[in-house]
Structure formats: C-alpha cells, structure tokens
Design a protein around this ligand. Structure first.
Ligand SMILES: Nc1ncnc2c1ncn2[C@@H]1O[C@H](COP(=O)(O)OP(=O)(O)OP(=O)(O)O)[C@@H](O)[C@H]1O
Ligand SMILES: [Mg+2]
Length: 236
C-alpha cells in the first residue's frame, strides 16, 4: 500500500470510475502553511501512480505555476481568462515536466477578479462551470482523474469558487504556535458553502505540514488538532 492509498482510499475508488475528476481544494486562509507545496507534491505523487492530474492555480501569486516551471511569459491564457469567461479551462492548461501532471497557471490579474465580477449572479460558480466542461469531447486517455485547486491565503471569492467546485477540502496546517487560529473560521466558511453553494462538499482532512517530531510544539499541535478534529486529519 502506498502513502497515497492510505491518504485517499475513497478517492482512489471513485476517481476515474464516473468519468468525472475527483476535485480537491487545498485551502487555508493562513499564509505559508504549505498549500502550494502540498498541491505540487500530491499532484506529482498521484501522477506517479498513473492518475492524470490537473493543478488549477487559483492564487494571484502564481507559486504553483512557478514551482512547476511555468515561465510567466508563457502564461498567455491563465485561470483569470477562464474565470472572467474569456476562455475554456483547457486553453489555460500546459504540461509540466512531470508526466501526466498538467497545470492551469495564474497571473496577478486574478487579484482584480472579485471587483471585476462585482455582483454577477454566477460569480461563485465560475470555476465549477469551467471544470464541468474539462473532460468533454476528449479521448478517454486524456481526461483528468484528479483536479487539485491551489487556493490563495484568503477566504475571498477565489477560495469560495474553489469550495463551490470541489468534492472535498484538504487543509494544510502548519505545526506552529498559532496553528489552530483561524481554523474555526475556515470550517465555518466550509459549512456556509455546504449549506448554500455546494451541498456535496466535504472536509477530506487536515494535513499537518512542517511537522518535526523532535519538537515538543509539533507534538502539542498534533494533540490539539486530534482533539479538535477527531479523525479528520493526517499526520505526515
Ligand atoms: N512539509 C513541508 N516541510 C518543510 N517546508 C515546507 C513544507 N511545506 C511547505 N514548506 C515550505 O514552507 C514555505 C511555504 O509553503 P507554501 O508556499 O507551499 O505555502 P502556501 O500555504 O501555499 O503559502 P501561501 O499562503 O503564500 O500561498 C515554502 O518555503 C515551502 O518550501
Ligand atoms: Mg501558495
């Protein structure tokens, strides 16, 4: 059994069977907790075991795109163009050096999206609708089995779009002093999205990042998260 099997037994059973990708959002409004690193590493690991993975960079910082080697000059079509409604998601996709791992990269333009969309009625569903057409009219060996959405460090319209589009949320949580601060606000937002925009949304779990077993603080964070979340978390 691989590490991925242990983390995602349900997903592996689901992915690919229905023809729809399994959609997971890496979300935490705290900055620097490992969302992007987890998206890249998980995407690479899933691709290594044969899954066809698309990472959607939904952060104006574009760290996932840069981390996967996509030069800013090669981001002619980005997730901004997709969410603003000017391009289908497939147009923003580029391959990475990792076989079966592709990315829809982002640009700084994304930071203005919330203002540009204003109170458009479908503004929270832009990403969901874009992903819905992702596997249409493609050969069975080029459809995606996983979509991983890298969220910005904020509970803004971009993160709400990610939550509205996802099957589940994965929350990277850094093992540091303020780890649990903000977690209840995040879980509250997930609850709100579930009751309004996306009843199918679940919390897949908490992924503790930057865990150091030699450090008492790391072990204290593990104990606190276990108490707070029950089984919904995964130790590294
Ligand atoms: N598991 C890990 N172990 C050690 N370092 C890590 C780990 N995960 C991430 N890092 C480091 O922590 C820093 C922040 O990681 P990352 O950019 O993935 O966080 P983020 O949550 O995506 O940040 P942001 O909120 O700015 O998007 C990076 O320097 C990264 O290399
Ligand atoms: Mg990031």
């Amino acid at each position: 059994m691989t590490v991925i099997d242990q983390i995602f037994p349900d997903d592996i059973a689901d992915a690919g069977v229905t023809g729809h990708p399994r959609i997971l959002a890496l979300a935490n409004q705290k900055g620097g907790v490992g969302k992007t690193t987890t998206a890249i590493n998980l995407g690479t690991a899933l691709a290594a075991i044969g899954e066809r993975v698309l990472i959607v960079d939904l952060d104006p910082q574009g760290n996932a795109s840069t981390g996967l080697g996509i030069d800013r000059r090669n981001r002619n079509c980005s997730t901004y163009d997709v969410l603003i409604g000017e391009a289908p998601l497939r147009d923003a996709v580029v391959p990475t050096a990792v076989p079966r791992l592709h990315i829809a990269s982002s640009t700084m333009d994304l930071s203005g999206l919330e203002l540009e969309l204003g109170s458009t009625r479908d503004r929270a569903f832009r990403l969901r609708d874009a992903i819905a057409g992702l596997n249409n009219n493609v050969s069975p060996d080029s459809d995606y089995t996983y979509v991983l959405i890298d969220c910005p460090p904020s509970l803004n319209l971009l993160t709400v779009n990610a939550m509205a589009a996802s099957d589940a949320i994965l929350v990277p949580l850094q093992c540091e002093f303020f780890a649990l601060e903000g977690l209840s606000q995040l879980l509250q937002t997930v609850e709100q999205v579930r009751s309004t925009l996306n009843p199918g949304l679940s919390i897949h779990g908490i992924v503790l990042t930057m865990f150091d077993a030699r450090n008492n603080l790391s072990n204290q964070v593990v104990a606190d998260v276990r108490q707070f979340m029950g089984k919904k978390f995964t130790t590294p």
